[in-house]
Design a protein around this ligand. Structure first.
Ligand SMILES: [Fe+2]
Ligand SMILES: [Fe+2]
Length: 207
């Protein structure tokens, strides 16, 4: 979903020279597959058909994200990181396997916590691109950030009534009262203001 127009050599050079942006795009590409693989395992560990279907839909969202991020990587000629691909492939597989043995609560809880952290990745990328005068990926990055927030909210709703949540929230700093981002789906910032999210993460100015 990246723009069809070819970037100017100057824009391409600016992006390639922005190490934090290049690394975060490479990492996101690989981490999205880790998420998809983990959700394959999570869905397989569930019996309830409705819950299984919802996790399968989230898995598909992550494959879509990986495809969108690949579009941006290719747009600038940024190579996929072999190291991240291998590392995140195994992270995904280990999480997938663990879903069958760690009970019902933990796969939902840790998925929610991970999603909570992923939200900011895409708004920080928006901010990095803006700092280079590039706005053409705003829409897709904003949509991906919001989708991760929807995932976080879904996972939170699954564990919200659990007696384990207060303990896990205390230890792992995520739950009813604690999130790793400042997005509120009821009061979303406009696309234009997406880079104002997550002001303490990733550095860079919002404008
Ligand atoms: Fe994703
Ligand atoms: Fe997600």
């Amino acid at each position: 979903m990246s723009s069809a127009s070819t970037p100017s050599p100057a824009a391409r050079a600016r992006v390639l020279a922005h190490r934090p942006l290049v690394r975060s795009l490479q990492r996101a590409y690989s981490a999205e597959r880790a998420a998809s693989l983990a959700y394959i395992g999570h869905a397989a560990s569930l019996r309830d058909p409705a819950a299984k279907a919802r996790i399968k839909a989230i898995e598909q969202d992550e494959w879509d994200h990986r495809r969108h991020v690949l579009g941006i990587l290719q747009h600038y000629g940024i190579p996929v990181s072999r190291r991240f691909e291998i590392q995140y492939y195994w992270i995904g597989q280990v999480i997938a396997a663990s879903c069958h043995v760690i009970g019902w609560f933990m796969p939902y809880f840790f998925a929610g916590k991970l999603e909570s952290g992923n939200v900011c990745e895409y708004f920080v990328m928006m901010r990095h691109f803006r700092s280079l005068g590039i706005r053409e990926h705003d829409a897709v990055l904003y949509e991906m950030g919001m989708k991760e927030k929807e995932h976080e909210i879904y996972f939170l709703a699954q564990v919200e009534q659990s007696r384990l949540l207060p303990w896990f929230e205390k230890v792992f700093a995520w739950g009813r009262a604690r999130s790793r981002n400042d997005v509120d789906l009821e009061r979303k910032y406009a696309l234009e203001d997406g880079p104002l999210y997550c002001p303490r993460q990733g550095g860079g100015s919002a404008r």
